[in-house]
Write a protein that binds this ligand. Sequence first.
Ligand code: SAM
Length: 209
Amino acid sequence: MDPRTAQYLRDFIKFDSPFLESLEKSNRSRNDIQPMIEIEVAKFLAFLIRAKKIKNVLELGSSNGYSSIWMATALRETGGKITTVENHNRIIKEAERNIAESGYSDIITLIHGKAEEECAKMVENGEKFDLIFQDCGKYLYPMLLETTVKLCKKGGIIAADDTLFRVTESVRSGLGDYTHDYNRAVFAHKKLFSTILPIGNGVTLSFKR
Ligand SMILES: C[S@@+](CC[C@H](N)C(=O)[O-])C[C@H]1O[C@@H](n2cnc3c(N)ncnc32)[C@H](O)[C@@H]1O
């Protein structure tokens, strides 16, 4: 989305919690954590959870809890919960504090671990989710695709963030390569029906048939 259109959309979006608003401001001024989701992506996820009455969310890549808390604001209304996985020792401590301060610790379960290992355990335990939000290391997107398909209920959705980031550069490298591979894989996947929303840095949505 061009920056002026993005700003037009962002001007409509209000925070559902004062805590989230201050966390967004503080995150934006930092360069020692990876970027949080853009506000229009946050609003979209909160919209999706409400519209589909989603009850059980898995997030890969919690960072300091911003996107988990956004989703929790919607899950409070649907009576749902979210499990979120983060592997960074320093950041997870911040996430614990932020989730406790946000007032949503009854909805958010934070797991300290590697997404690839935690997801494998969940598959073994037969866990299933209505919505999986993929936002961890981009190199893991293609690698974890089959696992997330297994963890997604039929009729559920896998949403992946940043999937238009650097994908159109003439020589793709690094992040853009991984997300391009992911996009190709989900569009070709027989069990998935996929599209990409050009909000934030791109959100690939895959519906499990
Ligand atoms: C883009 S940030 C997540 C932002 C967060 N979803 C938000 O919007 O507030 C990606 C996070 O994934 C974490 N991460 C990277 N590789 C991981 C892995 N293998 N397992 C779990 N977390 C991982 C990073 O430490 C980082 O905090």
